[in-house]
Ligand binder design. Structure first.
Ligand SMILES: Cc1cc2nc3c(=O)[nH]c(=O)nc-3n(C[C@H](O)[C@H](O)[C@H](O)COP(=O)(O)OP(=O)(O)OC[C@H]3O[C@@H](n4cnc5c(N)ncnc54)[C@H](O)[C@@H]3O)c2cc1C
Length: 370
């Protein structure tokens, strides 16, 4: 096994894999060190929505980054399919964001004004109009926004495809290899240490998801990422009661092609505990029929949880670490790491390969927390 590569990536979630794949496509040799299994943390738990409009409450750098990444998705998944042999696309007509009371309706109407200026389609509908296109919706829904561009992908499949595509490009994914520290010289990291080995690379990428804070601390850099647990479950109902992703203030329903409806998600501070709880499951089971009443009859399928990597401003941390010449951050993607995977791969790879940073990276630098 080679113990050196051009770039060492820490973490094999969707972010580390996307950065590694983009670098490998540019002819760069990459080793990914993963403390557990590739894709087994937040990236494997995610609902897989690509929803830059629904996930934002105001226009700004996050929406712009999200839209740029959304626009990269068709090429990203086409290339993934070609290189991995796996189909990752979920055919989806888009997302319906529903309001169940006057206050939520006002918020949707206000948001619709800035959404119109983004270039993505966002159509305001009355409850009745929404039920015409999605008859399973609750009669309590008073207003909805239809976003046909906000798609969804099955994230465990995306991650599997990315891991395969990386491997076929020669990326070494070393599992069960927790990074425990660095050997530094001046403003450079020279070696990355795991429990049993030492790894050398010209550049290092920190893509450790909710665990990134500890990695930053070894270098004296504040990467304030903390875990926010999301519990999420699936129901089975045939024929499928919805075709659109239904998104609301309280949670969302994501229909899968095999008849499962993914119901998500809680948002809790529970440290690094990924065990689902009775209260979390109860909340999701109450929320689902409030949006689509026939889900009361659905069969319970399974429940799981993941840790969203959250920063204080809920924005990711991207690019060169302050004070270090060869260490790059790709972490803190909170609720939107699936959406932001293509643009993160591109922007972080560029920060390694080129003296000119990606034009969108500036608001997301770690400098804002030092
Ligand atoms: C319930 C839920 C629903 C979600 N839904 C969506 C959604 O619909 N759309 C969307 O865009 N996003 C969604 N997200 C958010 C998304 O899952 C995350 O933003 C994304 O997965 C973060 O990817 P990551 O690679 O940074 O983190 P992870 O997938 O957690 O990967 C980080 C990896 O780093 C490894 N690691 C950490 N420290 C070390 C170390 N010292 N040494 C070696 N390896 C290390 C970990 O083991 C882990 O595998 C959801 C999240 C949850 C929990």
């Amino acid at each position: 096994m080679t113990k050196s590569a051009d770039v060492i990536v820490i973490g094999a979630g969707i972010i580390g894999l996307s950065v590694a794949w983009r670098l490998a496509k540019a002819g760069v040799s990459v080793i990914i060190l993963e403390q557990g299994q590739a894709g087994a943390q937040a990236s494997g738990a995610a609902a897989g929505m690509l929803a830059p409009l629904s996930e934002a409450d105001k226009p700004g750098p996050f929406v712009e980054l999200g839209i740029a990444s959304l626009r990269m998705y068709p090429d990203f998944v086409a290339s993934l399919k070609e290189e991995s042999g796996l189909e990752t696309e979920c055919v989806s007509p888009g997302l319906l964001r529903a309001a169940l009371n006057a206050e939520e309706a006002e918020a949707l109407q206000t948001a619709n004004r800035w959404q119109q200026a983004t270039g993505l389609k966002a159509v305001l509908l009355s409850g009745e109009e929404a039920r015409k296109i999605e008859p399973g919706l609750s009669p309590d829904i008073v207003v909805a926004t239809l976003s046909p561009d906000e798609k969804q992908y099955e994230s465990p499949r995306l991650v599997r495809a990315l891991a395969l595509a990386c491997a076929r490009r020669g990326v070494q994914i070393i599992e069960n290899a927790p990074v425990t520290g660095f050997q530094t010289f001046g403003d450079r990291v020279e070696q990355v240490r795991t429990l049993t080995d030492v790894w050398e690379g010209s550049s290092v990428v920190i893509a450790g998801g909710a665990w990134s804070k500890a990695i930053g601390e070894w270098l004296g850099v504040n990467l304030p990422v903390s875990p926010i647990r999301g519990q999420i479950l699936s129901l089975r109902a045939l024929p499928p009661p919805i075709r659109y992703t239904v998104y609301s203030h309280a949670g969302y329903l994501v229909p899968r092609p095999d008849g499962r409806i993914v119901v998500g998600a809680t948002a809790e501070e529970a440290g690094f505990d990924v065990r689902p709880t009775a209260g979390g499951v109860a909340h999701l089971l109450m929320m689902a029929p409030a949006l689509v009443p026939s889900l009361k009859e659905a069969v319970f399928d399974s429940v799981w949880a993941g840790l969203r990597p959250a920063t204080p401003d809920r924005l990711p941390i991207l690019g060169l670490l302050p004070g270090w010449r060869n260490v790059h951050a790709a972490c803190g993607h909170f609720r939107n790491g699936i959406l932001l995977a293509p643009i993160t791969g591109e922007a972080v790879a560029l920060s390694i390969l080129s003296p000119d940073p990606h034009p969108m990276i500036e608001p997301f630098r770690a400098d804002r927390f030092q």
